[in-house]
Unconditional design. Structure first.
Ligand SMILES: Cc1ncc(COP(=O)(O)O)c(C=O)c1O
Length: 403
């Protein structure tokens, strides 16, 4: 049967991540792997909200809903995003089944096999998998503490236009996670934000902004979303309820130029027809009662402690032998170990022999580089487990050196 698969299915590799996530769930493992919210952040009020919806609104909550999402939720989101300086009204907001569906719909609209997409390097695994399923070619721009190195973006776009790179195929879009990036934790600086839009506009390449973690800031001043700076309508903004409410309800949103959202709605009709109706009604009620803001407060306070504890433990157990990023928000720090360390090879041993998990660097690069790097996600372990987890990691690395 395999021989009758489409080329895109034949090319897809087995996901080593799925297997590792399963292992990381084993009892006793301290997991810095999955980017999951701590279940303690989910507020107890949700029980009463879902009970009330089931009692009074079951007929709608268990029914199909409109493809772009319930108007009431779209209105609520438009007001919330306008409060963050993104100019939009309800008709500009498309409710999606998680922001990953938003990205999938963008790919459906823009990508033919062999088209080029620009990403940061490293970047989010889920996005790389989505691009791979549309047979896109990735060209990437390295990041530093200030996010995507836009001087390199400019030279890359110039080189492509001149036919010196990517066989002259201009990218269909630039995919960026400007705030508290997954996996690096780095944030695109205020100065780089308008500059990125200026390059995108000059070269005629749309920008897909993935805003997954942007509201989870524990240090420093808020920065405007690229969408808020977008005078020309070149930004497609993707957001998610996963980190401010619940990932299990699979809800996100897309705000883009109308030309794009209209196509996205048409594709969504043939994909899942509508997003989770019950979840949308719950999200709206949660939001209207101020519980999204309350959950963000709880989450940020918890993340700040976990981040501090993680950075302290890395310092205590690895000292100057590694470098790590210092996030101002979000779930991740990105660690670079000495040359010669193979984070992919060490991972099964870390999990099986030392009961600690992380995600190895190459998973975040289209070219599988980053062998001596790893993503440490501190959202899930308890504060009291973090030092022990990092101590185990050090022990695992030492044991391997001495073998
Ligand atoms: C950068 C980034 N974008 C998108 C997603 C997917 O979010 P959703 O649950 O909304 O599909 C994640 C999830 O971890 C993420 O880290």
């Amino acid at each position: 049967m395999h021989s009758t698969f489409a080329a895109r299915a034949q090319k897809l590799q087995r996901s080593e991540l799925a297997a590792l996530f399963a292992l990381a769930e084993e009892p006793g493992v301290i997991s810095f792997a999955g980017g999951f919210p701590d279940p303690e952040w989910f507020l107890p009020e949700i029980t009463e909200i879902s009970d009330a919806i089931m009692r009074a609104g079951r007929g709608v909550a268990l029914q199909y809903g409109p493809t772009p999402g319930f108007t009431t939720l779209r209105e609520f989101m438009a007001a919330r995003l306008t409060g963050q300086s993104m100019r939009c009204d309800a008709t500009d907001v498309l409710i999606t089944s998680g922001s990953l569906q938003g990205l999938d719909l963008v790919c459906k609209i823009f990508l033919e096999p062999g088209d080029v997409v620009v990403t940061e390097a490293p970047t989010y695994i889920g996005a790389l998998q989505t691009f791979a399923s549309y047979e896109a070619d990735i060209v990437s721009v390295p990041i530093d503490a200030g996010g995507m190195r836009i001087e390199l973006l400019e030279s890359l776009l110039s080189d492509i236009r001149a036919g010196r790179q990517a066989e002259g195929r201009m990218p269909k879009f630039i995919y960026t996670i400007p705030s508290f990036q997954n996996p690096s934790g780095c944030t695109l600086s205020l100065e780089r934000r308008p500059a990125l839009l200026e390059f995108a506009s000059r070269f005629g390449v749309p920008v897909v902004e993935d805003h997954a973690y942007a509201e989870l800031r524990y240090e420093g001043a808020d920065l405007p979303a690229l969408k808020a700076l977008d005078e020309e309508g070149i930004v497609i903004h993707l957001g998610t309820f996963s980190k401010i409410f619940s990932p299990g309800l699979r809800l996100g949103w897309m705000v883009g130029p109308r030309l794009v959202t209209e196509k996205a709605i048409l594709f969504k009709q043939g994909t899942d027809q509508c997003s989770n109706s019950l979840g949308q009604i719950m999200a709206l009620e949660y939001g209207k009662r101020g519980l999204i803001e309350k959950q963000i407060e709880v989450t940020v306070a918890s993340l700040r402690r976990k981040k501090d504890e993680t950075l302290k433990a890395l310092r205590a157990h690895f000292g100057d032998t590694i470098t790590r990023t210092i996030p101002e928000g979000g779930f991740y720090t990105w660690v670079t170990f000495p040359e010669g360390i193979d984070t992919v090879g060490l991972l099964p041993r870390a999990v099986k022999e030392h009961s600690v998990a992380y995600v190895a660097g190459p998973s975040f690069y289209a070219d599988r580089s980053g062998k001596n790097q790893a993503r440490i996600c501190f959202s899930q372990p308890k504060v009291g487990e973090i030092d022990e987890g990092i101590r185990r990691l050090r022990k695992c690395f030492d044991t391997c050196k001495s073998r």
